[in-house]
Write a protein that binds this ligand. Structure first.
Ligand code: SF4
Length: 336
């Protein structure tokens, strides 16, 4: 279900990178939104455009990359149209990020307390003593034992999972309206992954913060989302409430993703089935449906005509000729 009051609305977003061989369309006309207290996942293989989308939201697309079209409405303000000074106020304050590898985001020679306190000082939200005290409260919120003492420790004294908890505490420091979590659990084992996403989830619900979760892991991570958008070749090919998507994935790529990654409920010994082939060369997008060279159900028209977007449920949309055929059959049966 689409949220009543979206924190973030992305409309018709495009991101492209000119290269000597041509223009790479990394993000190709995508739209989605994130509501208060909601976790929305963007899922797909490496290079599908999900991280470029996250960077575009924060206006972090480095030249020669560019955003030639679309709107990024954050609390109804178009971030693509605001000044550089304004976007600096928003970044780390109203919108915070959690990255994949906390060790590269944390300063190895700075105490944890100083690092968690830093965004509050940077944005003038607290004095040093107050920010330090709040940093201790934040470590407690992310379930770090003995938080006041651990404020004095350095990153190398924390495990990988604990460091990611510190990153979430830092992201929460300024009470953001939106957290963008870019592959936040990739470096962690499955049990710790679940704990970290659960933590993000409870923080989102308690503070009515929206979370945009970027992940390749449809099996474990996206299971904690409220809604899921599956991306392939820079486009959203399926989007649905998470329950609807897991109950009846409609796009062959989504089904392939589900069969190719481990899940929390997978029976022991069950084999994973990789999706055949490779993502296409970004400068040579296949005609018709761009997934057709890898699709086990491709038909002749899939090679020639782009598939339509089809509504297959209240919150469930899919871009595929098979869904179009299914919808046509269903309406013919209803008419009989
Ligand atoms: Fe496969 Fe055709 Fe659907 Fe594309 S449109 S996913 S090629 S069946």
């Amino acid at each position: 279900m689409s949220p009543a009051s979206p924190v973030l609305q992305v409309k018709g977003l495009r991101v492209e990178y000119p290269t000597r061989r041509g223009v790479v369309h990394a993000v190709d006309d995508i739209s989605f939104d994130v509501g208060a207290g909601e976790i929305v996942a963007l899922v797909g293989e490496s290079g599908c455009g999900k991280s470029a989308t996250a960077h575009a939201v924060l206006r972090l697309i480095a030249a020669p990359g560019r955003v030639p079209g679309g709107q990024i409405l954050f609390e109804n303000e178009d971030l693509l149209a605001v000044s550089e000074a304004r976007i600096r106020q928003v970044r780390g304050n109203r919108i915070a990020m959690v990255f994949q590898e906390p060790m590269s985001s944390l300063n190895p020679v700075q105490r944890i307390g100083d690092q968690v306190a830093e965004p509050m000082l940077q944005h003038g939200l607290a004095g040093k003593a107050e920010a330090w005290q709040r940093a201790g409260q934040l470590l407690a919120r992310v379930n770090i034992p003995d938080p006041q003492a651990r404020l004095h420790d350095y990153p190398h004294q924390f495990s990988g999972g604990m460091r990611q908890r510190v990153m979430i505490a830092t992201a929460m420091a300024c009470s953001p309206r939106l957290i963008i979590a870019d592959e936040p659990t990739t470096a962690l084992d499955v049990t710790v992954q679940a704990q970290i996403i659960e933590l993000l989830r409870s923080a989102a619900k308690a503070d009515a913060t929206g979370v945009l979760l970027i992940t390749h892991n449809l099996g474990v991570v996206a299971r904690y989302a409220d809604r899921v958008n599956v991306m392939y070749g820079g486009q959203i090919v399926e989007s649905a409430d998470a329950d609807a998507l897991y109950a009846a994935p409609a796009h062959p790529y989504t089904r392939g993703l589900l069969q190719s990654v481990p899940s929390l409920t997978q029976p022991l010994g069950e084999r994973l089935v990789p999706i055949s082939g490779q993502p296409f060369d970004a400068l040579n997008r296949p005609g018709g449906c761009s997934f057709h060279p890898r699709c086990p159900q491709a038909q002749p028209r899939c090679r020639e005509q782009s598939p339509p977007q089809v509504q297959v449920g209240a919150s469930h949309r899919v871009v595929c000729w098979l869904a179009q055929d299914g919808a046509a059959e269903a309406s013919a049966e209803a008419a009989c």
